[in-house]
Design a protein around this ligand. Structure first.
Ligand code: AMP
Ligand code: MG
Length: 396
């Protein structure tokens, strides 16, 4: 079909899925259950924020025009209570962070900047109107959209919904994602594998990845490396919103996934990407569903999900694809690779922006993947990096 670079393949997935993703079903959930879900309708501010001018410091509410300031303290305004009287010329009111600014006052002097003597305060700091006051409505005006349709609800967005009193948000239904492992060598994880067998770890990695990305994982029975078994289970998988296959897409004699999909009139967008791990990655659409044929080696399956399938899942969830968590880090040791592929190799990123590759025995090395907290990302064309050089890192 087609061999693409990493960037081309990612763009291809984004474009294809965007073109076909419809609007998911809407449901109402409690606020805490909405964490990680995608908001289905805009939520607006129920009043101005702040609803009235507020002090952002502990100190004294004053009139800026009174400078130089030597003032009489006539009372106290605290968070959780209003204050009725007005600050007149030559007067100040003691005020706590978050309390409404009393009428008459137009600035706050920090408590650290005054000298107090009985009911008198003085300051030698300049005071300008507006100092340490959040004016009414600076954060949001009543009726403004504060959390929009299509936003995935992280902790700050949940906090904003809580702020405006949205107790039961309307969110999109989570997409169902079928997970289909293939291979005569694959046994269930409660079995003791013979030396030519492996436990079905890919189904578990993918289930966790799907759930983390906001989908509902549905693990299907393992497809055997024959046409009928593979076809029956692929047809079942294509009734979900997205199908993830593991294995059976390399060039081996028993890699029959592509043949089965072709017989189902699948449209293939690409079947090879210049990345490692994960070169024989397949992406396509059949029976109005997208599918990824992820190479069976565990590192390939995990990496390809994060690079491509996660973005598809975002789009099917009703939100824009989140950007990859890519950043730059400095190598703590020299690094080289054979150019030609964008590689995603297990690595450790530290608190100081350093990155260290983790010893890796290749795409089947799950212990190495388990130790890593990131992937070091090579460029296709560059061959070597020195200690201290910047290189891209993809956070896990
Ligand atoms: P394949 O892509 O089908 O050629 O599979 C490549 C290798 O990945 C196999 O030889 C297995 O060792 C491993 N593998 C395939 N499927 C799984 C699975 N579901 N869980 C863990 N490892 C797998
Ligand atoms: Mg196989």
């Amino acid at each position: 079909v087609a061999t693409l670079s990493f960037d081309e393949a990612r763009s291809c997935v984004l474009k294809a899925v965007s073109a076909h993703a419809g609007e998911p079903r809407v449901e109402t959930v409690s606020l805490l259950d909405a964490a990680g879900r995608v908001l289905a309708e805009p939520v607006r501010a129920d009043r101005d924020y702040p609803p009235t001018a507020r002090s952002v410091r502990d100190g004294f509410a004053v009139r800026a025009a009174d400078a130089p300031h030597n003032l009489r303290v006539i009372g106290e305004a605290r968070a959780g209570a209003g204050f009725d009287s007005e600050v007149g010329p030559g007067e100040a009111i003691e005020i706590m962070t978050g309390a409404p600014v009393p009428r008459g006052a137009d600035a706050i002097v920090m408590v650290e900047h005054v000298v107090r003597d009985g009911d008198r305060i003085s300051t030698d700091k300049p005071v300008r109107a507006g100092d340490f006051i959040n004016a009414q409505g600076v954060e949001a005006r009543a009726g403004d959209i504060v959390v929009d349709r299509g936003w995935r609800l992280d902790y700050a967005k949940i906090a904003e919904l809580a702020t405006v009193g949205c107790t039961c948000p309307r969110v999109y239904a989570r997409p169902r994602v079928a997970i289909l492992s293939t291979g005569d060598e694959v046994v269930s994880i409660d079995q003791t594998p013979r030396e030519f067998q492996v436990r079905n770890s890919n189904a578990y990695a993918l289930a966790v990845q799907v759930a983390r990305a906001g989908g509902i994982p549905e693990i299907l029975p393992v497809a055997r490396d024959n046409y009928d078994s593979t076809r029956e289970l692929i047809e079942r998988g294509l009734t979900a919103d997205l199908l993830l296959l593991s294995g059976g897409v390399s060039a081996g004699k028993y890699d029959i996934v592509e043949r089965v999909l072709a017989d189902l009139d699948a449209e293939f967008y690409f079947d090879r990407v210049r990345i490692q791990p994960g070169q024989p990655l397949v992406f396509g659409r059949a029976r109005e569903r997208f599918f990824f044929g992820l190479p069976g080696n565990p590192a390939s399956t995990m990496v390809c999900f994060e690079l491509f399938a996660r973005a598809a899942l975002d789009l099917l969830s009703g939100c824009a694809a989140a950007p990859l968590p890519l950043l730059h880090a400095r190598l703590t040791e020299p690094f080289r690779h054979r150019p030609g592929l964008t590689r995603f190799l297990p690595a450790m990123v530290d608190d100081h922006g350093g990155i260290t590759p983790v010893r890796w025995a290749g795409s089947s090395d799950v212990p190495s993947m388990a130790r890593a907290n990131a992937f070091l990302v090579t460029e296709e064309q560059r061959e070597s990096w020195d200690t201290g050089d910047w290189i891209r890192a993809l956070l896990k």
